[in-house]
Design a protein around this ligand. Structure first.
Ligand code: UD1
Ligand code: CA
Length: 470
C-alpha cells in the first residue's frame, strides 16, 4: 500500500505584500514550503504533489532547484475556489495512487512534524478510518475550523465563519492536515458544494459526506502545540520566526549547549552543535552547518553550510561553504569565502579574507591578509599585510606555499607562483618567480640613502627666497 502527499500551496498571501507565493515566504531563512517538504521526507513519504496557484512558476522553479529525496510533482489550480477545489486539481495524482492513503497538508503551516504525520497515520490505519484529522487544542481558536467530537470519533468540522455560538466555544481546531484513504476521498471529493459563508469548496465537507456513506472519521490530537500555526501577514511571519528560533534554541539547551544571551541568535533547522559549545549574542548558523564540541562562537558569527570541528574558537567570523578543523582559532573580523579549508590548529587573525584555499595545520595568518586560490602547507607563518595576487583581470591563478615557509610582511605573491618548503620572502617583496625550498627571495627596489639631502634642499630654498627680496 502506497502513501502519498498533497501540499496546498495556491495562496497569494496578499497581506505579505510580496510577488512570491505565500508558501515561499521564509521562516528562519527557509521557505515555509521547505519546512513542510522536510517534514514529509522525515516521515519517509516520497510521493508528493504540490498544488500551485498564485505565481505558480516560482513554485516550479523552487521544486526544480531543490535537492529532493522525494519525487515531487506540481499541478496548477487556475482559480482559488477553496481547499476542496485545490485538491480536485490533483485528481490524476490521486487516481495514480488510489490503493493507498493520502496526506493533505497546508504549505503555509511550517511546523508540521514527522512524529505527528506518522502518529496520525497509525491511528488512521488502526481504526480503519476513511479520514483522520490532525487537531490541536489552542487558547484562541479564532479563524480555525472547529472539531465536532462524537463518542467514537468526529462528525465534522465547522469553519469559524459558519459556527454557531456553541461551536465558537470549541477549542479543538483543525490543523489543516489530514490522512484520507485515497479511494474514499476520490469517491466524495467531487460531490462537495460551495454552499457556505465563504462560497468556497471546503475540503472539510468531505468528512460529513464520508460519514453519511457509513465510513469512519476520527481526529488525532498532535503533541506539537505549533502544528496548526500559519502566517497571513508579516507580523504573523515574524511570530513564526520567533517561535522557531526559541524552539530550536530550547532543543540545543537540552543538548548541553550554552547560550550566554540569545539576542540576535538564529539557528537553522538543519544545524547540529556538539555539547559544551558556547554561543554568544548575534550568532547566526544557517544551512547544513555542523559545529563540534566545546567550541566558542563569539559575537556576531555568521556560519553557513560549513563544518566546524571540536574546540574551535571563532569571534566575529563569517564563513560560507567551508571546513574548519579542530583547535582552530579565527577572528575577529575574518571572512572565509566558499571552499576554504582551515586545518587543525591553524590561527587566523584580524581582518583576514580567505577564499578557495587550504591553510595547513598549525599555520598562522595573523593580520590584514588576503589568501585566494592558494594551497598553503603546515606551520607557515604569514607576516602582516600579505596578498596573494590571484587575478589578472581576466583569469585566476593559484599560489602554492610549502610547509614551514615564512612569508614576510607586506609580500605580494603574483600567481601562478610557488614558495618552497622552509623558504622565506623578504618583507615588502612582490614575488613574481617560484622560490625554491629553503631559499630567501627578495624582490624589491634597491635601497638608496642620500646623506645630507635635507640640508641641501633647505639651503637652496633659503637662497631662492633671499634673491626674490632683493
Ligand atoms: C483551512 C481549513 C480550516 C483549518 C485551517 C488551518 C478548510 C475549509 N478549512 O482554513 O478548517 O482550521 O485551514 O489553517 O479547508 N489553498 C489553495 N487553494 C485554495 C484555497 C487554499 O491552494 O483555493 C491553500 C492555501 O494556500 C493554504 C491552504 O490551502 O496553504 C489553506 O488555505 P486557507 O485559505 O488558509 O484555509 P483556511 O480558510 O485557513
Ligand atoms: Ca489558513
Amino acid at each position: 500500500m502506497e502513501n502519498n502527499v498533497i501540499i496546498l500551496a495556491g495562496g497569494q498571501g496578499k497581506r505579505m505584500k510580496t510577488d512570491k507565493p505565500k508558501v515561499l515566504c521564509n521562516v528562519l531563512g527557509e521557505p515555509m514550503l521547505e519546512w513542510v517538504l522536510t517534514a514529509c521526507e522525515n516521515a519517509q513519504l516520497d510521493k508528493i504533489c504540490v498544488v500551485k496557484g498564485f505565481a505558480a512558476e516560482k513554485i516550479d522553479e523552487y521544486v526544480d532547484n531543490r535537492e529532493s529525496k522525494a519525487d515531487i510533482a506540481t499541478v496548477l489550480q487556475a482559480e482559488r475556489l477553496g481547499t476542496g477545489h485545490a485538491v480536485m486539481q490533483a485528481k490524476d495524482f490521486l487516481e495514480a495512487h488510489k490503493d493507498g492513503n493520502t496526506l493533505i497538508l497546508c504549505g503555509d503551516a511550517p511546523f508540521i512534524d514527522a512524529e505527528t504525520i506518522s502518529g496520525a497515520l497509525e491511528l488512521h490505519k488502526q481504526k480503519g478510518c476513511s479520514v483522520t484529522v490532525v487537531t490541536s487544542r489552542v487558547e484562541n481558536p479564532t479563524g480555525y475550523g472547529r472539531i465536532i467530537r462524537t463518542d467514537d470519533g468526529i462528525s465534522g468540522i465547522v469553519e469559524h465563519k459558519d459556527c454557531n455560538p456553541y461551536q465558537l466555544a470549541i477549542t479543538e481546531i483543525n490543523s489543516g492536515c489530514y490522512w484520507f484513504r485515497t479511494a474514499d476521498l476520490l469517491d466524495v471529493l467531487f460531490d462537495i458544494k460551495p454552499e457556505n459563508a465563504q462560497g468556497e469548496y471546503y475540503l472539510t465537507d468531505c468528512i460529513e459526506l464520508l460519514i453519511s456513506k457509513g465510513k469512519l472519521a476520527d481526529a488525532y490530537i498532535s503533541r506539537n502545540p505549533n502544528v496548526a500555526l500559519g502566517a497571513n501577514d508579516r507580523r504573523g511571519l515574524l511570530m513564526l520566526n520567533d517561535i522557531a528560533r526559541q524552539e530550536i534554541i530550547g532543543k540545543f539547551l537540552d543538548d548541553g549547549i550554552e547560550f550566554t544571551c540569545t539576542d540576535g541568535v538564529s539557528i537553522g533547522n538543519n544545524v547540529t552543535i556538539g555539547a559544551g559549545t558556547v554561543i554568544h549574542p548575534g550568532v547566526i548558523l544557517r544551512g547544513n552547518t555542523t559545529i563540534g564540541e566545546n567550541c566558542i562562537l563569539g559575537n556576531n558569527c555568521i556560519i553557513e553550510n560549513t563544518t566546524v570541528g571540536n574546540c574551535v574558537n571563532l569571534n566575529n567570523v563569517q564563513a560560507y561553504e567551508s571546513v574548519i578543523e579542530d583547535n582552530v582559532k579565527i577572528g575577529p573580523y575574518v571572512q572565509l569565502r566558499p571552499n576554504s579549508h582551515i586545518k587543525r590548529g591553524a590561527k587566523i587573525g584580524d581582518f583576514v579574507e580567505i577564499k578557495n584555499s587550504t591553510i595547513g595545520e598549525g599555520t598562522a595568518v595573523a593580520h590584514l591578509t588576503y589568501i585566494g586560490d592558494s594551497d598553503v602547507g603546515a606551520n607557515v607563518n604569514f607576516g602582516c599585510g600579505v596578498v596573494t595576487v590571484n587575478y589578472d583581470g581576466d583569469k585566476k591563478f593559484r599560489t602554492v606555499i610549502g610547509d614551514n615557509a615564512f612569508i614576510g610582511c607586506n609580500t605580494n605573491l603574483i600567481a601562478p607562483v610557488s614558495v618552497g618548503k622552509g623558504a622565506y620572502t623578504a618583507a615588502g617583496s612582490t614575488i613574481t618567480r617560484d622560490v625554491p625550498d629553503n631559499a630567501l627571495a627578495i624582490e624589491r627596489g634597491q635601497a638608496a640613502i642620500k646623506e645630507g639631502y635635507a640640508e641641501r634642499k633647505l639651503k637652496a630654498r633659503t637662497e631662492k627666497f633671499e634673491n626674490s627680496r632683493k
